[in-house]
Structures are given as C-alpha cells and as structure tokens.
Ligand binder design. Structure first.
Ligand code: TXA
Ligand code: MG
Length: 311
C-alpha cells in the first residue's frame, strides 16, 4: 500500500488501530496518534526517540472539544477567538476527568493544546473521535519536517501513512504560551508574540536561548542539521555553506538564499528545507548572515542559535 497519500479514510483506519501517522500542519508536519490511547502515545515517543519526560502537544478541532479535557480561562478565550486555528499552542490546566493518556503529559497536570489550520488535518480531526497528540515529525533534536518527503527521510518504512498536505506554509513550529498563571511565552514560533501582547494588553519579557530551560522540550541543542553552524557571519570560508537573506551582487556555489529580498516570513518558510539541502549537498559547516531580530526573525534566530550548539 502507498505510504504517502492524502486519503483521510485510510489515515483514520490506521489511527483507529492505535498506529501513528504523519500529518501536515501549517507550521511543520506532526507525528500523530490517538491522545487517549497509551499504546498510540508510547509509539510516538519510541518512533521519535523522544525522552518520555518531554510532554506532547495535543491537537483539537475546536474549543468545545478542549473543554472535555481542560479548564479554560479568560486569557485563553481572548486569544483563541483571535488567533486559532493557527500557529499558537496554549498550556492549560488538565481536568481530573480528562481521558488524555498520562504518557502525553508525563503525569503533569497541564496540557499543551493547539488548533491546527491546515484543511487536511482539520478534516481528519472531524472524522476521528479523539484528539491527536502530535510532536513535530522528526527524530528528537533533528530538523523538523516541512514536506512529506522530509518525513519519509526521517522515518523510512517505520510509519504506515504520511498524509501529504504539500509544503508547510509557515515552516517553523507554533508559538507556545503558558496560561496557567501569569501568561508566559515558552517558545518563540510561527506567530509573532507582539500579536499576543496586543490582545492581552501585556508585555512579555522573552529571552531567547536563555540558559534556563523554560519548557521541558527547550533543550539547548535542538533543530540541528547535524553539522556545525555559526551565526552573524560577515563572510563565509571557502568550505562553508553561506546562508543569506539578501541578494548579493556576486555569486558563488556556496551561497544559499533563505530569501533574496530580506523577507523574514519567506526566510522562516525556507529555513528547515535549506538546512536539509545544505547537508545533502555535502557541506560540513554552515555560516549564516545576520538576520534581523524582529517578528518571526526572532524565531529564526532562536532556532539557529540552538542549532549552533552542535559541535
Ligand atoms: O507547530 C507545532 O507546535 C508542531 C506541530 C506538529 O503542531 N508541534 C511541535 O511539537 O512542535 P514538539 O513536540 O516538537 O514541541 C512541543 C513543545 C516541546 O518543547 C514540549 O516540551 C512543550 O511543547 N510542551 C508540551 N507540553 C507542555 C506542557 N504541558 N508544559 C510546557 N511545555 C510543554
Ligand atoms: Mg519538535
């Protein structure tokens, strides 16, 4: 049977049997399983080689479904109404009566919830009668997948179904906000946190790549292409791939463009694919030109900075 397709019925059948499948979202591809099933959730951790103490994001169709598993609050409702479905994940308090597998949350009393925008994923969520736990579809610490072929590269024949929803529009993971107490940004992502500040009328202090681990999964080495990478480079050495965001007058084989017109959204969308390509092209080192630290540029710098911890 074909692994890569966009047949929701077939995908549902596999999920109903407690297997995992890959799903497209507007941010990155996810490795999905029934969030109510211990068997499915354990399979996700095993496939991804993810430490069991790093909790998963659970994907829901809408707010009504979330109410079955989580306590909701005013900040959540305000943000949900304006920003979901979209690239934002909320940390909420888990209800005692919730059916979420204890392996999703590592037995904590909070849950990361997200409402994906991709139409294929939404169609799937309408068909199944459980929410879907889905971390990014990549082996732990490696680059996230933004195309069905990236997922196939990561997992080979180990997954039975990759729902093909084309290339992810945003290209970096969702922004995570903790709403348990005072709202706090835990991970920079595809949604500019200034939008959240506007809605909540609050300022956030966001320090990227701080030494303190603010979210269980925010390990310093993450999103790595598996070769050394340095940031804020003015020039590249001969044997380095040079990542650029602005068109240069000269042209060399080692130039790789995230964007030719300093477009940060386009750069974010191309980031993981370009890093994968550079590795495939055989480079052993990467230099990256300075990237503007505003809006989604902050997210790009966060990911590059973590990748630069690879030695
Ligand atoms: O865009 C995305 O968010 C993608 C797509 C597939 O939805 N998912 C994704 O999942 O990036 P993952 O597992 O790669 O990253 C989830 C992050 C991890 O850093 C994890 O530690 C954090 O969310 N997280 C999950 N549950 C949490 C919780 N209860 N409290 C704090 N952080 C949590
Ligand atoms: Mg991930």
């Amino acid at each position: 049977m074909k692994t890569v397709h966009s047949n929701i019925k077939k995908a549902k059948k596999i999920l109903d049997k407690n297997h995992c499948i890959a799903v497209p979202t507007e941010t990155v591809y996810g490795l999905a399983g029934n969030a109510y099933s211990d068997i499915s959730v354990k399979k996700i951790f095993k496939l991804k080689k993810r430490p069991m103490n790093n909790p998963l994001i659970v994907h829901y169709l809408d707010i009504n479904k979330v109410k079955e598993d989580c306590h909701i609050n005013n900040d959540f409702i305000k943000l949900y109404n304006k920003l979901s479905p979209g690239p934002i994940t909320y940390i909420l308090k888990l209800k005692k009566s919730s059916k979420i597998s204890k392996f999703v949350t590592n037995k904590q009393n909070s849950l990361a919830v997200r409402f994906p925008k991709h139409t294929l994923f939404r169609k799937l969520l309408k068909k199944v009668n459980y929410p879907l736990a889905a971390p990014s579809a990549n082996i732990s610490t490696r680059l996230s997948s933004v195309k069905a072929s990236d997922v196939a590269e990561e997992f080979g024949t180990k997954i039975k179904c990759i729902l093909n929803g084309g290339r992810c529009k945003i290209g970096v993971e969702s922004t995570i906000i903790n709403l348990l107490g005072k709202p706090m940004i835990l991970r920079l992502g595809g949604l500019d946190f200034l939008k959240i500040e506007k809605i909540l009328k609050k300022k956030f202090f966001v320090k990227i790549n701080s030494k303190k681990k603010i979210s269980p999964g925010q390990f310093r080495l993450h999103y790595s292409p598996g070769i050394p990478l340095r940031m804020n480079a003015k020039k590249a050495k001969k044997d380095e791939a040079f990542i650029l965001t602005n068109k240069r007058r000269d042209s060399f084989k080692n130039y790789y463009y995230l964007s030719k017109k300093n477009d940060l959204k386009q750069s974010a969308k191309n980031l993981y694919s370009l890093l994968r390509k550079i590795k495939k092209d055989g480079y052993k080192m990467i230099a990256v030109e300075k990237i503007k630290d505003i809006g989604i540029g902050k997210t790009i710098n966060d990911r590059l900075s973590r990748a630069s911890k690879f030695k």
